[in-house]
Design a protein around this ligand. Structure first.
Ligand code: PLP
Length: 355
């Protein structure tokens, strides 16, 4: 149907991408001899030091298996009895973790309507009415995602204002940073940008994503102060997030954090989304609500086009009632992938216009 062959890398998700060669080489080189398990190895010591360089000497990083587990572990250390998590209706913890937070934490998620995926301080203030009411779960943790599930990005000032409000009301702040790298890249791509939206903004705990940015598996839960860190070693094990052969998670991180590779990969991924947007936004019947800030775009397509295009080169539906889909780029997306995909979309819509 479409004369162009589909690009070899599709636009389904950044976790559909493979492993960066430097990360793969690091895995291979860590595979020599024996090393003590559970983080008592030289690779993990190096990762811990690298995270301190990123987030400051006061911080402590804990390596884990995956992103859902990272969020569950972070929240498990942060929540007190009868406390609830305030989050957005779009948040991964709310919609894409199969209820793991509710099941494992035994806590309520208060999911608030956020059309752009971002909480605002007034929404936290509104939750304060429950504080001190014995019939209500007590809002204890504000969880935000940076960059968000909708491809939007909080400014450092916005996170600072949320943290200030949360702390004033006795709550703490968790950042789901599965795509924190993409947010930092779009905010300037420097360690200062990372710090300004995390440590300096008053965030308590960050989950630092890596699987979507060139690693095979593994993420980190980073405690930015010692407020919740004391329980972290025990809770990590309890929630099944303590990797036994931790050197292999650590070795990957050491490659990713070396020479700011994590930032250049995220920045490339963001640039590919921008290229994709520019290459498709003038195609009749492809409608965008906004230009991309990070590595995803969310076009509306004619309903009849979606399935054939997905069959040609797969991507996910986003909001079926409004014919919206998600195209996501990755660290390994090439200019040619984008251009080929855009050419296929153009050809298909020329052949099958919406009306
Ligand atoms: C915002 C966000 N948080 C966390 C995750 C972690 O997911 P996983 O458990 O698949 O590593 C994802 C993965 O899609 C995500 O998009």
């Amino acid at each position: 149907m479409i004369s162009v062959s589909a690009p070899s890398r599709a636009f389904a998700s950044d976790n559909a991408a493979g492993v960066h060669p430097a990360v793969m080489a690091a895995l291979q080189s860590a595979n020599a001899g024996h090393a003590l398990a559970y983080g008592d190895d030289r690779w993990t010591a190096e990762t811990n030091a690298l995270f301190k360089e990123l987030f400051g000497q006061q911080s402590q990083a804990f390596l884990v298996w995956g992103g859902t587990g990272a969020n569950v572990m972070a929240l498990a250390t942060m929540l007190g009895p009868a406390q609830a998590v305030v989050c957005t209706n779009w948040s991964h913890i709310n919609v894409d973790e199969t209820g793991a937070p509710e099941r494992i934490l035994g806590a309520k998620l208060i999911d608030l309507d956020c059309p752009d995926g971002k909480l605002v301080p007034a929404q936290i203030e509104e939750q304060a009415h429950a504080l001190g009411q014995m019939h209500h779960a007590q809002p204890g943790v504000v969880s935000l995602t940076q960059s968000t599930e909708l491809g939007t990005v909080y400014t450092a000032a916005e996170i600072g204002a949320l943290s200030e409000t949360a702390h004033r009301l006795g709550m703490s702040v968790h950042v789901d940073g599965a795509r924190l790298a993409n947010a930092v890249a779009t905010a300037g791509g420097t360690i200062e940008a990372l710090r300004s939206m995390t440590v300096d903004a008053g965030v308590d705990v960050v989950t630092f994503g890596a699987t979507k940015n060139g690693m095979m598996y593994g993420e980190a839960v980073v405690y930015l102060t010692d407020r919740f860190a004391a329980a972290a070693p025990y809770v990590r094990k309890q929630v099944t997030q303590l990797p036994s052969k931790m050197r292999f998670v650590a070795a990957q991180f050491n490659a990713l954090l070396h020479d700011d590779l994590w930032l250049s990969l995220a920045s490339h991924s963001n640039a590919m989304a921008r290229r994709l947007y520019d290459a498709t936004r003038h195609i009749p019947d492809v409608v965008f609500d906004a230009a991309p800030k990070v590595n995803s775009v969310f076009p509306h397509l004619p309903a009849v086009a979606i399935k054939p295009l997905q069959d040609w080169c797969f991507f996910w539906d986003w909001s079926v009632p409004v014919n919206q889909v998600r195209w996501m780029t990755a660290w390994d997306t090439t200019d040619a992938d984008v251009d080929t995909f855009a050419a296929g979309v153009r050809e298909f819509l020329d052949l099958s216009p919406a009306v």
